[in-house]
Design a protein around this ligand. Structure first.
Ligand code: HEC
Ligand code: HEC
Length: 336
């Protein structure tokens, strides 16, 4: 059974590579080559940059599936579910009309945004939540990927897209994700605990529960961000994630957010009272801890840089590794 779980989630990078096989030669760098130039994950946080295990075997491409809760007449093969230029939209009535770039992408370098970020923009731990970010912020980030201002081993697919996407498509995608209502941004359940259900990294780099009742310790310096269920493999946009965070991390994270005993400005002073985003500072509330940790660690290491970061640079220079973990856990636990 574990094998099935491991096998099923043929996530994005695989698709990108497959699509490229038929691509005409262009000046756009491709993810596979970009990857070679990326810095290694920040030491101590390797688990927050999850990668699909090398021995991963995808589910048979011809196996047929229906997402839980979706119209039962909608039956798709894994090949269709993993189609980078037409991934499934199991709940078409739950969102505003989708721009073509979000639903289908633009061959050959720009897969559909919803392949990785899902129609609700909430994404998976190895990608990012983009729902409810401002239109300008989303556009700026795509430019940052292109300008070399955001580098890590999870970034190559975004960098390839950033080179190829038109400004018009980018604006339409940004508008769509920015408009996703708060009620649909809730995606992460946070559990503060000394032990979590046993789990493993599977397809696409997502974590899945092992079968059985076993538990594992949650160490003080790690978070398990695990798919709520196997529906994630089908890109079911109702299937979110749970963060198992170390005991005490939420209270400590709150202290960091309040300025770490006067060491720095509070996070709310820029990101908004409820951390739901304000002006040029994006939403932090209810976003996955893995994504937040990658960003804070990358900023501190200098892998995420650029003029827009100006104000964050001072903040991250004062955060210890423990602060980064704790404040990410705390933000994930806030209501978006
Ligand atoms: C192949 C998978 C994939 C596809 C397709 C994809 N993304 Fe991403 N995206 C990612 C990953 C992975 C990250 C996180 C990078 C990191 O961890 O630093 C990301 C991050 C982002 C971010 C940064 C979010 C933030 O808070 O700063 C934005 C914005 C974004 N994507 C927009 C888009 C748009 C718009 C599209 C469609 C044109 C798109 N993405 C398609 C994988 C993808
Ligand atoms: C002085 C203003 C300021 C303060 C204080 C501040 N931030 Fe930020 N933060 C920003 C801005 C502006 C950005 C967007 C940077 C960009 O456009 O690249 C940002 C970006 C981020 C990001 C990246 C989000 C994403 O979508 O990729 C994270 C994570 C973050 N901040 C966390 C924090 C935390 C945690 C604190 C408190 C410990 C904090 N920030 C305090 C201004 C601030």
């Amino acid at each position: 059974m574990k094998k099935v779980i491991l096998a099923a989630l043929a996530l994005a990078p695989v698709i990108v590579f497959a699509a490229r096989a038929q691509a005409p030669a262009t000046d756009t760098p491709v993810a596979k080559d970009i990857m070679l130039k990326m810095p290694k994950p920040v030491a101590g946080f390797e688990w927050a940059y999850p990668m699909q295990p090398p021995d991963f075997k995808p589910l048979p491409p011809d196996s047929v599936h229906t997402a839980e809760g979706a119209d039962p007449s909608m039956k798709l093969t894994m090949r269709q579910i993993n189609n980078g230029f037409g991934p499934p939209d199991w709940f078409p009535k739950e969102h505003a009309p989708m721009p073509d770039i979000v639903a289908h992408g633009q061959k050959p370098h720009v897969p559909a945004c919803m392949l990785c970020h899902l129609p609700n923009g909430n994404g998976h731990p190895e990608s990012a939540s983009v729902s409810g970010l401002s239109e300008k912020y989303i556009i700026d980030q795509m430019h940052a990927f292109k300008n070399g201002d955001r580098e890590n081993i999870r970034a190559p697919a975004m960098i390839e897209m950033a080179y190829a996407i038109s400004e018009k498509d980018l604006r339409e995608a940004a508008k769509y994700f920015a408009a996703i209502p708060r009620s649909q941004q809730k995606w992460i359940r946070v559990v503060e605990t000394s032990r979590a259900p046993a789990n493993h990294v599977g397809g696409g780099g997502a974590r899945f529960f092992d079968k059985g009742a076993e538990t594992v310790p949650v160490p003080p310096d790690m978070i398990y961000e695990v798919a709520e269920n196997e529906q994630v493999e089908l890109r079911n946009q109702h299937a979110g994630f749970v963060d198992y965070v170390p005991v005490g991390s939420l209270a400590k994270g709150r202290i960091v957010a309040m300025g770490n005993h006067g060491q720095m400005r509070t996070c709310a002073s820029c990101h908004g009272e409820d951390y739901r985003g304000h002006d040029d500072a994006p939403r932090l509330a209810g976003r996955g801890a893995y994504y937040l940790i990658r960003q804070l660690a990358d900023m501190k290491a200098g892998y995420r840089k650029g003029p827009a970061l100006g104000k964050m640079k001072d903040v991250v220079s004062k955060l210890s590794d423990a602060d980064i973990l704790n404040v990410a856990a705390y933000m994930a636990s806030r209501t978006p």
